[in-house]
Design a protein around this ligand. Structure first.
Ligand SMILES: N=CN[C@@H](CCC(=O)O)C(=O)O
Ligand SMILES: [Zn+2]
Length: 410
């Protein structure tokens, strides 16, 4: 089916196929076309341009008068497969406990793992599908989903199988990441190496054999997995050709970035605490730094020093981190707004970070992340708005009129 979108007030993030990411000062530039058309055939963008050059023999015409079109958000870091919620821990934090104190009391990730282990595949699938549908209506058009709330061979496979079924049942591009090293299960409290051996010798061979995983992740942090643990797991994952996306520098800078860049990680995520050595290793790498401002907002921890990252000539991606503990929200519109308000990104930088750079952080810049001939027809039609900067400015409003994924209205 051919669809022609006309009278688009501004078509945002129009780029050539060769642009896979934008870095440093280039992030300040957001290429757009005013008074434009967009031509879609089946699931693909086939053309765009100024209205005076719009084709005139198309039956299926959608008038976008006063509205803008953006590429959909690319959310490169989520944990949307989880069971139940942790609103009691939220109240505990309001009353003064820290995230770390709650985790030390057996709450946190282990709390979610217990719930998930007790939840059936069907129930877990339904809860996760509801979250996926919610974020699609909020404009997310490509997403990464991690395991890591299973922490046993069976429960990790259950999570990854839920992600596989989501991939089969939804047309949105989904990448799945194995995060067996998310927390140390209580039964391994006195023998971390035994759990790492389980990850390396049982989980990794099984999940790769069943083709359940695209990337590998490790929570490299004090009290979770050390730099040495991380390196062991990365070495093992290399044998299966898995690239890494690593949780680093959320609370402490312990050398995770050095090891991640040495292993050519696709991304390093969180980075709330970032020192000059970390910046140095990032500058000499192809690794995408990923900031998760909704997590900082929710936990009240520092925001990733995004200005420092971009002003050092580096790229930056933005993602939601949707999970039950540190970020119970997958709203990428809020992520973009928080990046502007709290991390001092300009709207242009934030939109680049949440689209093309997010796509790079999932290795799918050739498919999504910009309005480009040949890419998937995944885009947001806004309500009538005065300018694209109105999206982060008007941070509490829903400014989305409709979302298209693979050329179909969600
Ligand atoms: N920090 C590690 N993992 C998640 C939070 C997990 C949880 O609290 O359930 C994050 O990215 O914030
Ligand atoms: Zn996370």
């Amino acid at each position: 089916m051919t669809q022609l979108f006309i009278n688009i007030k501004e078509l945002i993030q129009v780029r050539d196929l060769e642009v896979l990411k934008v870095s440093g000062t280039a992030m300040k530039i957001l290429p757009t076309l005013k008074n434009a058309f967009l031509l879609v055939e089946d699931n693909t963008i086939i053309d765009y341009g100024l209205m005076q050059n719009a084709p005139n023999s198309i039956d299926n015409v959608i008038d976008c008068n006063g509205k803008m079109i953006f590429p959909t958000w690319v959310d490169s870091h989520t944990h949307i497969v989880f069971a139940g919620n942790r609103e009691q821990e939220f109240v505990d934090r309001i009353k003064g406990l820290t995230y770390e104190e709650i985790a030390n009391k057996g709450g946190g990730i282990l709390n979610s793992a217990k719930k998930l282990q007790e939840t059936s595949f069907e129930d877990l699938y339904q809860q996760s599908a509801n979250r996926l549908e919610e974020v699609m209506t909020l404009g997310t058009g490509a997403i990464e989903i991690k395991s890591g709330y299973g922490l046993t061979v069976d429960a990790e496979i259950k999570m990854l199988s839920v992600i596989k079924k989501l991939k089969e049942n939804y047309s949105i591009p989904i990448k799945s990441t194995f995060l067996g090293a998310h927390a140390l299960p209580t039964e391994f409290k006195n023998n971390k190496q035994e759990y790492i051996d389980l990850i390396i010798n049982e989980m990794l061979p099984k999940i790769t054999k069943e083709n359940l995983v695209d990337f590998i992740d490790i929570f490299c942090e004090k009290g979770y997995f050390s730099v040495e643990d991380t390196e062991q797991i990365l070495e093992a994952a290399k044998k299966y050709g898995l690239r890494s996306k690593i949780h680093v520098n959320q609370f402490n800078s312990i050398g995770g970035i050095k090891i991640a860049t040495k292993h050519n990680a696709l991304s390093v995520d969180h980075l709330e605490i970032l020192n000059d050595d970390d910046l140095h290793y990032l500058k000499n790498s192809e690794t995408m730094p990923v900031a998760l401002p909704s997590c900082s907002f929710f936990l009240g921890i520092p925001y990733t020093p995004a200005r420092k990252i971009i002003d050092n000539g580096l790229p930056l991606a933005l993602a939601s981190d949707f999970n039950p503990g540190s970020t119970p929200s997958g709203n990428m519109n809020f992520v973009v707004a928080a990046a502007c308000i709290k991390m001092k990104l300009t709207p242009e930088e934030a939109i680049n970070a949440a689209t093309i750079n997010g796509a790079y952080a999932l290795n799918i810049s050739n498919k999504v992340g910009s309005i480009t001939r040949g890419k998937l027809a995944n885009f947001i039609i806004t309500k009538e708005i005065p300018s694209y900067g109105f999206i982060p400015y008007s941070f509490g409003s829903n400014l989305i009129d409709s979302v298209f994924i693979n050329g179909h209205k969600v």
